[in-house]
Design a protein around this ligand. Sequence first.
Ligand code: CP
Length: 309
Amino acid sequence: MKEWTKQHILGIKDLSRDEIELVLSQAQAFKEISQREVKKVPALRGKTVLNLFFENSTRTRTSFELAAKRLSADVINFSSSTSSLSKGESAVDTVKTLNAYHPDIMVVRSVSSACLYDFDKYTQASIVNAGDGQNEHPTQALLDMFTVKEIKGTLEGLNVLIVGDIRHSRVARSNIFAFHKFSSQTTVCAPPTFIPYEFDKLGGVEVSYDLDEVIGKADVIIMLRIQQERQNSSFFPTIREYVDKFALTGARLAKIKKDCIVLHPGPVNWDVEISSAIKDKVHPLILKQVENGLAIRMACLYLVGTNKR
Ligand code: CP
Protein backbone atom coordinates (compact mmCIF):
# COMPACT_ATOMS: atom_id res chain seq x y z
CA MET A 1 0.00 0.00 0.00
CA LYS A 2 1.31 3.47 -0.90
CA GLU A 3 2.07 6.13 1.72
CA TRP A 4 -0.30 9.05 2.15
CA THR A 5 1.14 12.21 0.52
CA LYS A 6 -1.84 14.56 0.15
CA GLN A 7 -2.01 17.74 2.25
CA HIS A 8 -5.76 18.14 1.84
CA ILE A 9 -8.88 16.00 1.38
CA LEU A 10 -11.04 18.22 -0.82
CA GLY A 11 -13.00 15.67 -2.83
CA ILE A 12 -13.26 12.04 -3.87
CA LYS A 13 -12.58 13.19 -7.43
CA ASP A 14 -8.97 13.99 -6.40
CA LEU A 15 -8.35 10.70 -4.56
CA SER A 16 -6.92 7.62 -6.25
CA ARG A 17 -8.24 4.15 -5.59
CA ASP A 18 -5.08 3.45 -3.54
CA GLU A 19 -5.70 6.54 -1.41
CA ILE A 20 -9.32 5.54 -0.77
CA GLU A 21 -8.15 2.06 0.25
CA LEU A 22 -5.58 3.62 2.58
CA VAL A 23 -8.31 5.68 4.32
CA LEU A 24 -10.54 2.61 4.64
CA SER A 25 -7.79 0.41 6.10
CA GLN A 26 -6.72 3.15 8.53
CA ALA A 27 -10.37 3.54 9.61
CA GLN A 28 -10.57 -0.22 10.13
CA ALA A 29 -7.55 0.01 12.46
CA PHE A 30 -9.07 2.94 14.37
CA LYS A 31 -12.58 1.48 14.71
CA GLU A 32 -11.51 -0.79 17.56
CA ILE A 33 -10.46 2.21 19.71
CA SER A 34 -14.12 3.10 20.27
CA GLN A 35 -14.66 -0.34 21.91
CA ARG A 36 -11.91 0.24 24.52
CA GLU A 37 -12.50 1.41 28.06
CA VAL A 38 -10.07 4.30 27.46
CA LYS A 39 -11.11 5.53 24.01
CA LYS A 40 -8.05 7.63 23.23
CA VAL A 41 -4.68 7.30 21.47
CA PRO A 42 -1.87 9.90 21.27
CA ALA A 43 -1.64 9.91 17.46
CA LEU A 44 -2.29 13.66 17.03
CA ARG A 45 -1.04 14.89 20.42
CA GLY A 46 0.18 18.48 20.13
CA LYS A 47 -1.84 19.13 16.93
CA THR A 48 -4.77 21.53 16.71
CA VAL A 49 -7.92 20.78 14.71
CA LEU A 50 -10.26 23.64 13.82
CA ASN A 51 -13.82 22.61 12.94
CA LEU A 52 -15.16 25.43 10.80
CA PHE A 53 -18.85 24.92 10.00
CA PHE A 54 -20.59 27.58 7.92
CA GLU A 55 -23.64 25.31 7.47
CA ASN A 56 -25.57 23.31 10.04
CA SER A 57 -24.55 19.75 10.84
CA THR A 58 -25.10 17.10 13.48
CA ARG A 59 -23.24 13.99 12.32
CA THR A 60 -20.26 15.46 10.50
CA ARG A 61 -19.48 18.15 13.08
CA THR A 62 -19.80 15.93 16.16
CA SER A 63 -17.88 13.05 14.60
CA PHE A 64 -14.98 15.27 13.50
CA GLU A 65 -14.86 16.77 17.00
CA LEU A 66 -14.90 13.36 18.64
CA ALA A 67 -12.41 11.97 16.10
CA ALA A 68 -9.92 14.74 16.89
CA LYS A 69 -10.37 14.22 20.64
CA ARG A 70 -9.95 10.43 20.34
CA LEU A 71 -6.61 11.15 18.61
CA SER A 72 -5.61 13.55 21.46
CA ALA A 73 -5.62 16.71 19.32
CA ASP A 74 -6.72 20.10 20.70
CA VAL A 75 -10.04 21.08 19.11
CA ILE A 76 -11.62 24.44 18.33
CA ASN A 77 -15.25 24.31 17.21
CA PHE A 78 -16.61 27.17 15.14
CA SER A 79 -20.28 27.28 14.26
CA SER A 80 -21.58 30.19 12.16
CA SER A 81 -24.83 30.55 14.15
CA THR A 82 -22.99 31.44 17.37
CA SER A 83 -20.13 33.42 15.78
CA SER A 84 -19.29 37.02 14.96
CA LEU A 85 -20.61 36.44 11.44
CA SER A 86 -23.85 37.72 12.96
CA LYS A 87 -22.02 41.01 13.67
CA GLY A 88 -21.04 41.32 10.02
CA GLU A 89 -17.57 39.69 10.07
CA SER A 90 -16.86 38.08 6.69
CA ALA A 91 -16.10 34.38 6.15
CA VAL A 92 -12.58 35.24 4.95
CA ASP A 93 -11.88 37.43 8.00
CA THR A 94 -13.21 34.58 10.16
CA VAL A 95 -10.74 32.14 8.57
CA LYS A 96 -7.85 34.62 8.93
CA THR A 97 -8.81 35.25 12.57
CA LEU A 98 -9.01 31.57 13.54
CA ASN A 99 -5.85 30.83 11.55
CA ALA A 100 -4.04 33.09 14.02
CA TYR A 101 -4.31 30.16 16.49
CA HIS A 102 -2.08 28.13 14.11
CA PRO A 103 -4.35 25.12 13.48
CA ASP A 104 -2.74 22.11 11.83
CA ILE A 105 -6.00 20.91 10.25
CA MET A 106 -9.10 22.87 9.25
CA VAL A 107 -12.27 20.82 8.78
CA VAL A 108 -14.53 23.02 6.67
CA ARG A 109 -18.22 22.83 5.82
CA SER A 110 -18.85 25.66 3.38
CA VAL A 111 -21.75 26.92 1.32
CA SER A 112 -19.81 26.45 -1.93
CA SER A 113 -16.63 24.90 -3.31
CA ALA A 114 -15.48 28.40 -4.32
CA CYS A 115 -15.33 29.32 -0.60
CA LEU A 116 -13.52 26.10 0.31
CA TYR A 117 -10.81 26.55 -2.32
CA ASP A 118 -10.48 30.26 -1.43
CA PHE A 119 -9.72 29.48 2.24
CA ASP A 120 -6.53 27.67 1.19
CA LYS A 121 -4.97 31.10 0.50
CA TYR A 122 -5.20 32.11 4.14
CA THR A 123 -3.82 29.09 5.96
CA GLN A 124 -0.95 26.63 5.93
CA ALA A 125 -3.23 24.06 7.61
CA SER A 126 -4.44 20.90 5.91
CA ILE A 127 -8.06 21.32 4.80
CA VAL A 128 -10.60 18.51 5.03
CA ASN A 129 -13.86 19.11 3.16
CA ALA A 130 -16.85 18.41 5.41
CA GLY A 131 -19.30 19.22 2.59
CA ASP A 132 -19.01 22.13 0.12
CA GLY A 133 -22.40 23.28 -1.11
CA GLN A 134 -23.72 20.93 -3.78
CA ASN A 135 -20.26 19.79 -4.87
CA GLU A 136 -18.75 17.02 -2.69
CA HIS A 137 -18.96 15.40 0.74
CA PRO A 138 -15.92 13.12 0.58
CA THR A 139 -15.98 11.79 4.14
CA GLN A 140 -19.65 10.77 3.72
CA ALA A 141 -18.77 8.74 0.60
CA LEU A 142 -15.80 7.20 2.45
CA LEU A 143 -17.99 6.13 5.37
CA ASP A 144 -20.58 4.78 2.94
CA MET A 145 -17.88 2.74 1.20
CA PHE A 146 -16.53 1.53 4.54
CA THR A 147 -20.03 0.38 5.54
CA VAL A 148 -20.61 -1.37 2.20
CA LYS A 149 -17.23 -3.12 2.39
CA GLU A 150 -17.86 -4.18 5.99
CA ILE A 151 -21.10 -5.91 4.99
CA LYS A 152 -20.44 -7.07 1.44
CA GLY A 153 -16.69 -7.68 1.69
CA THR A 154 -16.08 -5.87 -1.60
CA LEU A 155 -16.59 -2.56 -3.38
CA GLU A 156 -16.20 -4.01 -6.86
CA GLY A 157 -18.81 -4.99 -9.39
CA LEU A 158 -21.76 -3.65 -7.40
CA ASN A 159 -24.94 -2.06 -8.71
CA VAL A 160 -25.37 1.10 -6.63
CA LEU A 161 -28.73 2.83 -6.87
CA ILE A 162 -28.94 6.46 -5.63
CA VAL A 163 -32.51 7.68 -5.16
CA GLY A 164 -33.89 11.17 -4.52
CA ASP A 165 -32.65 14.73 -4.60
CA ILE A 166 -29.63 14.12 -6.84
CA ARG A 167 -29.58 17.75 -8.05
CA HIS A 168 -28.69 19.25 -4.68
CA SER A 169 -26.67 16.30 -3.38
CA ARG A 170 -22.94 16.47 -2.69
CA VAL A 171 -23.33 12.93 -1.29
CA ALA A 172 -24.50 11.64 -4.68
CA ARG A 173 -21.58 13.22 -6.53
CA SER A 174 -18.95 11.92 -4.10
CA ASN A 175 -20.44 8.41 -4.10
CA ILE A 176 -20.60 8.31 -7.91
CA PHE A 177 -16.90 9.26 -8.13
CA ALA A 178 -16.03 6.78 -5.38
CA PHE A 179 -17.86 3.68 -6.65
CA HIS A 180 -16.64 4.24 -10.22
CA LYS A 181 -13.04 4.00 -9.00
CA PHE A 182 -13.94 0.43 -7.94
CA SER A 183 -15.70 -0.49 -11.20
CA SER A 184 -19.13 -0.45 -9.62
CA GLN A 185 -22.10 0.77 -11.65
CA THR A 186 -24.20 3.66 -10.36
CA THR A 187 -27.78 4.44 -11.31
CA VAL A 188 -29.50 7.65 -10.23
CA CYS A 189 -33.27 7.59 -9.89
CA ALA A 190 -35.51 10.61 -9.28
CA PRO A 191 -38.05 12.88 -10.94
CA PRO A 192 -36.44 14.46 -14.08
CA THR A 193 -36.26 17.85 -12.32
CA PHE A 194 -33.94 16.34 -9.70
CA ILE A 195 -31.43 15.01 -12.23
CA PRO A 196 -29.29 17.72 -13.85
CA TYR A 197 -27.98 17.24 -17.40
CA GLU A 198 -24.35 16.95 -16.30
CA PHE A 199 -25.06 13.62 -14.57
CA ASP A 200 -25.22 12.01 -18.02
CA LYS A 201 -21.63 13.16 -18.51
CA LEU A 202 -20.19 11.93 -15.21
CA GLY A 203 -19.20 8.71 -16.97
CA GLY A 204 -21.11 5.48 -16.73
CA VAL A 205 -23.99 6.86 -14.68
CA GLU A 206 -27.34 5.39 -15.66
CA VAL A 207 -30.45 7.50 -15.23
CA SER A 208 -33.88 6.17 -14.31
CA TYR A 209 -37.17 7.90 -13.59
CA ASP A 210 -38.89 4.70 -12.48
CA LEU A 211 -37.84 3.31 -9.08
CA ASP A 212 -39.94 0.16 -9.43
CA GLU A 213 -38.09 -0.72 -12.62
CA VAL A 214 -34.57 -0.54 -11.13
CA ILE A 215 -34.94 -1.32 -7.43
CA GLY A 216 -34.73 -5.11 -7.86
CA LYS A 217 -31.29 -4.97 -9.54
CA ALA A 218 -29.49 -2.99 -6.81
CA ASP A 219 -26.84 -4.37 -4.45
CA VAL A 220 -26.70 -1.08 -2.56
CA ILE A 221 -29.42 1.58 -2.35
CA ILE A 222 -28.55 5.07 -1.13
CA MET A 223 -31.70 7.06 -0.31
CA LEU A 224 -31.16 10.84 -0.31
CA ARG A 225 -32.84 13.57 1.67
CA ILE A 226 -34.97 16.15 -0.13
CA GLN A 227 -32.96 19.31 0.58
CA GLN A 228 -35.70 21.89 1.07
CA GLU A 229 -33.13 24.43 2.28
CA ARG A 230 -31.45 24.54 -1.16
CA GLN A 231 -34.66 24.79 -3.18
CA ASN A 232 -36.08 28.13 -4.26
CA SER A 233 -38.62 26.53 -6.60
CA SER A 234 -40.70 23.38 -6.52
CA PHE A 235 -39.07 20.36 -8.18
CA PHE A 236 -42.09 18.07 -7.93
CA PRO A 237 -45.86 18.70 -7.76
CA THR A 238 -46.60 17.39 -4.25
CA ILE A 239 -44.90 15.41 -1.49
CA ARG A 240 -47.64 12.78 -1.86
CA GLU A 241 -46.75 12.28 -5.54
CA TYR A 242 -43.03 12.09 -4.71
CA VAL A 243 -43.68 9.52 -1.99
CA ASP A 244 -45.88 7.48 -4.31
CA LYS A 245 -43.15 7.22 -6.97
CA PHE A 246 -39.83 7.46 -5.12
CA ALA A 247 -40.14 6.66 -1.40
CA LEU A 248 -38.82 3.39 -0.02
CA THR A 249 -41.94 1.71 1.35
CA GLY A 250 -42.67 -1.74 2.73
CA ALA A 251 -43.93 -2.83 -0.72
CA ARG A 252 -40.71 -1.68 -2.40
CA LEU A 253 -38.54 -3.19 0.35
CA ALA A 254 -40.15 -6.53 -0.52
CA LYS A 255 -38.82 -6.18 -4.10
CA ILE A 256 -35.13 -5.65 -3.28
CA LYS A 257 -32.50 -8.40 -3.53
CA LYS A 258 -32.15 -10.47 -0.38
CA ASP A 259 -28.61 -9.22 0.27
CA CYS A 260 -29.20 -5.62 -0.87
CA ILE A 261 -28.34 -2.98 1.73
CA VAL A 262 -30.09 0.38 2.22
CA LEU A 263 -28.11 3.45 3.28
CA HIS A 264 -29.08 7.06 3.97
CA PRO A 265 -26.60 9.84 4.88
CA GLY A 266 -29.10 11.41 7.30
CA PRO A 267 -30.95 13.30 8.48
CA VAL A 268 -33.91 11.25 7.20
CA ASN A 269 -37.26 12.87 6.41
CA TRP A 270 -39.32 9.85 7.53
CA ASP A 271 -42.40 9.29 5.39
CA VAL A 272 -40.81 11.28 2.56
CA GLU A 273 -37.68 9.35 1.47
CA ILE A 274 -38.39 6.30 3.62
CA SER A 275 -41.67 5.14 5.13
CA SER A 276 -41.62 5.19 8.94
CA ALA A 277 -43.42 1.83 8.83
CA ILE A 278 -40.06 0.22 7.88
CA LYS A 279 -37.91 2.30 10.28
CA ASP A 280 -37.08 -0.74 12.41
CA LYS A 281 -35.70 -2.50 9.33
CA VAL A 282 -33.56 0.31 7.91
CA HIS A 283 -32.57 2.56 10.82
CA PRO A 284 -30.00 0.19 12.43
CA LEU A 285 -27.80 0.30 9.32
CA ILE A 286 -28.17 4.08 9.03
CA LEU A 287 -26.91 4.31 12.63
CA LYS A 288 -24.05 1.95 11.71
CA GLN A 289 -23.10 4.52 9.04
CA VAL A 290 -22.96 7.15 11.80
CA GLU A 291 -20.72 4.89 13.91
CA ASN A 292 -18.42 4.23 10.94
CA GLY A 293 -18.25 7.97 10.25
CA LEU A 294 -16.22 8.40 13.42
CA ALA A 295 -13.58 5.85 12.34
CA ILE A 296 -13.40 7.38 8.83
CA ARG A 297 -12.93 10.89 10.22
CA MET A 298 -10.25 9.68 12.63
CA ALA A 299 -8.47 8.14 9.63
CA CYS A 300 -8.74 11.33 7.55
CA LEU A 301 -7.45 13.56 10.36
CA TYR A 302 -4.62 11.14 11.10
CA LEU A 303 -3.51 10.80 7.48
CA VAL A 304 -3.42 14.54 6.70
CA GLY A 305 -2.11 15.38 10.18
CA THR A 306 0.89 13.04 10.08
CA ASN A 307 1.92 12.96 6.45
CA LYS A 308 5.56 13.84 5.81
CA ARG A 309 5.05 15.88 2.64
N1 CP B 1 -24.78 13.29 6.53
C1 CP B 1 -24.47 14.52 6.99
O1 CP B 1 -23.60 15.22 6.47
O2 CP B 1 -25.18 14.87 8.10
P1 CP B 1 -25.00 16.24 8.91
O3 CP B 1 -25.46 17.37 8.01
O4 CP B 1 -25.84 16.09 10.14
O5 CP B 1 -23.54 16.40 9.21
